[in-house]
Every structure is written in C-alpha cells, then in structure tokens.
Ligand binder design. Structure first.
Ligand code: D5M
Ligand code: FE
Ligand code: ZN
Length: 465
C-alpha cells in the first residue's frame, strides 16, 4: 500500500498520523482499514456518499483531564524543566540540530564551535547587535549576535526554545553564527478523505451589549439551510468555538457596564438558547477563553457544568479545555483561545493585531503556545507543560484578537476565527478595530478555507473552494 501512495506523500508523516490516531483508541492494532482511511485524497477528488455522513470527533489531548497544579515555586521549576526537555526532543529531531550540547558541556570544552539549545531568558540591543542569554538546566550562557543576526535574534519570543550555533571570539566573548527556532518540518497541506466542512468560531461574547445577536442569528439560519449555499451547508459536520463564548464579568475594569446580562449562569443560558438552534447532525465543540467561567491560567479546564448547565443539555455539544487537540473527520486540529497572542504581538517586532496569523506562525515556530512568562498570559505551575506543541497540527485554530485571518505555514493551515462582538470602548482605548461576524469554513478534504460574512455590511464574501 505504501509503495502505491502518490510520490509526493510524506510517508513519515502519513505513518505518524496513523500511529497518532491509534494512540487514542483502545484497539492498538494497525489494520488495513486504518491505512486506507488515512490515505490522503487528491484535492478535488470526491469522497463517497457514505463517507460524507459519518462525523467523528476524536479527542487526542485535553488538559481538562490532566490539570494538576502544584505549589508555585516547585511547580514552575518542574514546568520549565519539562518545557526544556520536551522542546529539546523536538529540536534533536531536526537533522541540523542532532549535535546540540548542554551549556555546561560547552563551557567545559576547549572547542567552542558548537550548537547549544536553551530557553531564551533575555535579549538586549548592544553595539548594533543583540546580546542574548540562554538557560538550560546546567547553566546560563551569554552570546553576542552581530548586526546581521540582530533581527533574527529579536524575532524569537522570550522564554522560547532557541538553538544557537556558537563560536568563540576575542577573550571569553561568544558569538552567534546562526539561530534557529525548533520550528515545524516542511510538509504539504494534506486533507482527509472526508468530504465535509468544519466551521470555526470564537469570541461570541454572549451577554455583552456588543454581542451581534442579529448577525449570529443570521449565521444560525444559514446553518439551517434558510439562506441558500446548500452545497456547503449540508456538508457542515463540525463547529468549533475557541473560547470567549460569553462576555463573563469582572474581566477588566468597567467591563460590567458593557453587559446586558451580569449573571454568569444566565449568560450561559443565553448561549444555550442560541447554540440549541444548531442542527443536531453538526457536532459542536466548546473550548473556553479568558472571558469564560474558568481560571485564567493556562491550560484552562473546560467550562464547568455547574455554571453552564444549559450548554450540557444540548445533545450535539461537547466541552474541551484550552488548548486541546482533536481529530475531526480525519484532520488534526489544534484549538487554542490565543491569550498569549497579546504578549507575542507586544514583544516581537513587526507583528500587529490586524494580522494575527503572523503571530500564530511565531507560536508554531517556537513549538509552544504561550512561551512568554510574566506578562499578560498567566501560566499554571504544572509538572507537564501542556502548551508545548508536540505533534504538528494540520489546522491551527485560535481566536482572541477578534479579526479573521487565514494563512498557511509549512503545511499547517492557520485560522484566526474572528468574533461576533462589535468594538468595545476597551478596544477603542487599546486601538483594536475588530472585523466581526465573518466565519471561516474549512473544507476537510482539501483544507481550503473560505469565509462567509453575516454582518449587515458585507465586508468580505469569498467563495469557499
Ligand atoms: O480580547 C479582545 C481584544 O482585546 C483582543 O484583540 C486582545 C485585546 N486585549 C485583551 N486584553 C488586553 C489587554 N490587557 N491589553 C491590550 N489588549 C488586550 P478579549 O479577550 O475578548 O477581551
Ligand atoms: Fe474575545
Ligand atoms: Zn479573549
């Protein structure tokens, strides 16, 4: 079977996919049907009618089942050690980084031309270049990057893993010859054999005065097939909401004045009334954000039943934590609200709120969803760093910045799913201008992403391929 696959199939990632899928199942034997199911389909090749109807959600990783915060000092020590070790494993899979050494062994060795991997603990402009400090469990290392590498050195988020090719200069000064992020391997975009669609949403902010209820109801009526587009609408199998389902309360000073409903349970009841109208053959996955009724620190557990009972009473709705990895119709999704995008946009040059996909690419390259410690994104002191991007997703779905943006990086499709909330006074203050009520739609067989606008003013109306 493998020898008959199309020549441009990446066999390694094909097999990884099969193994990864088995990992989540109780039957651990790889059978012929598993391989057949995973065979990538050529773009445009139609799936059979039978395949069209089955919608399958496999939860691959969900922090909701794993969260176990420790006492802070001990917990953060373990968290960063685990981050380092797991990212080191990823780095060592790069053919050009198999020979990385620890900081201690570089310091002890006479020969200083070596590659070192560590977490980036500081970077400061100095004499036209940048001086960086790397940390690993054996020590800290100061390396100078000249003018030619300065921009590269500044493009990594603090506390992310970097690899530096070091050489010695005058005295004890060490110089960087080259710099790498762990990065993701270069693949081709590979879809699945399922001819369905997944609709990606986030940041509904139900309960806010600025929730665009009329636009959202137009979206619901489109889902029910009342607004045409039937070729696509009848094949929608999944809806994923990546956080900020309700507006919550007390999220920032003065936010309570922006609510039509201040009671959190009643906000979720309003959400229930709306989400109940989604046709029952569509599987709906809800993941929390920083406005939802869970802790702020990442990873976040799923929205609790005690507060959001109406959302547990809808038969086609399921809850996952933030971040989570799921397999929808044969496609691997990484779902993450995106809180750390604020920190990445604030600290990495040339990133802006109107191109969130550029910031999402930085996270993929870092192989970490929230590298920066001590800014706006709170991390939980867990023994396992659940924000490391161990396995490379087919689709990386985030929200939080309230702007739809779509892109692709080394075979991974990136989607930021925008919002159904109008511009709040808070966003006016911080200079964010959202483009609401636009919904990205992923074609699961080709991974092409189209969008539909449900706003009164049609900002964009692109045909889904
Ligand atoms: O985030 C909505 C938007 O507001 C999103 O683009 C991020 C931005 N945001 C959120 N918090 C802050 C702070 N503290 N400073 C600057 N910008 C921020 P939401 O999570 O929906 O409120
Ligand atoms: Fe939001
Ligand atoms: Zn948010």
């Amino acid at each position: 079977m493998l020898s008959e696959l199309s020549v441009d199939t990446n066999i390694e990632s094909f097999l990884d996919g099969v193994i990864e899928k088995k990992r989540s199942e109780t039957d651990r034997i790889i059978r012929k049907s598993d391989l057949e199911e995973a065979v990538p389909r050529e773009a445009g090749e139609a799936a059979s009618e039978e395949e069209e109807v089955q919608s399958e959600v496999v939860v691959l990783e969900d922090p909701a089942n794993e969260i176990a915060p420790l006492e802070a000092q001990e917990g953060f020590k373990k968290l960063f050690r685990d981050r380092y070790l797991r990212l080191l494993t990823i780095v060592k899979q790069r053919p050009d980084c198999k020979d990385v050494v620890s900081i201690e062994s570089l310091k002890q060795s006479k020969e200083k031309n070596k590659k070192v991997a560590g977490l980036l603990s500081s970077r400061n402009s100095k004499k036209g270049g940048v001086e960086v400090v790397l940390d690993d469990p054996t020590g800290a290392l100061k390396v100078y990057c000249g003018e030619n590498l300065a921009n590269v050195a500044l493009s990594f988020p603090l506390d992310s893993m970097v690899v530096v090719d070091v050489s010695s200069g005058k005295g004890s000064q060490l110089y960087a010859n080259n710099f790498w992020a762990p990065d993701i391997p270069n693949r081709k975009v590979v879809g699945s054999s399922h001819a369905g669609y997944a609709v990606l949403l986030s940041d509904l902010h139900i309960g806010s005065k600025l929730f665009l209820e009329e636009d959202f109801r137009r979206f619901l009526s489109w889902l029910r097939g009342e607004l045409g587009d039937s070729e696509i609408v009848r094949k929608i199998q999944y809806i994923v909401v990546a956080g900020d389902i309700v507006d919550g309360i007390g999220v920032y000073p003065g936010q309570e004045d922006q609510l039509i409903e201040r009671n959190l349970k009643r906000q979720y009841a309003l959400a229930g009334e709306l989400l109940r109208q989604i046709p029952k053959h569509i599987k709906v996955l809800l993941s929390p954000g920083n406005h939802d009724a869970v802790r702020q620190a990442l990873p976040q557990p799923c929205i609790p039943i005690e507060i959001a009972r109406p959302l547990y009473e809808i038969e086609n709705v399921a809850h996952i934590g933030d971040p989570a990895r799921v397999r929808l119709g044969g496609v691997n999704f990484l779902i993450y609200h995106g809180r750390s995008l604020d920190d990445v946009i604030a600290t990495v040059p040339d990133l802006t709120y109107d191109k969130p996909v550029d910031a999402m690419r930085v996270l993929l390259k870092s192989r970490h969803l929230a590298p920066i410690y001590g800014k706006r994104t709170q991390l939980s002191p867990e023994a396992r760093d659940m924000l490391v991007i161990d396995s490379v997703p087919d689709v990386f779905h985030a929200g939080h910045v309230h702007t739809v943006d779509i892109g692709e990086y080394r075979g991974t499709v990136m989607v930021n799913s925008g919002t159904f909330q109008g511009r709040t006074p808070f966003q006016v203050n911080v200079g964010i201008d959202p483009i609401p009520a636009i919904v990205p739609i992923v074609n699961l067989s080709t991974l092409a992403v189209g969008k539909r606008s449900f706003g009164l003013q049609s900002f964009v109306l692109e045909k889904t391929k």
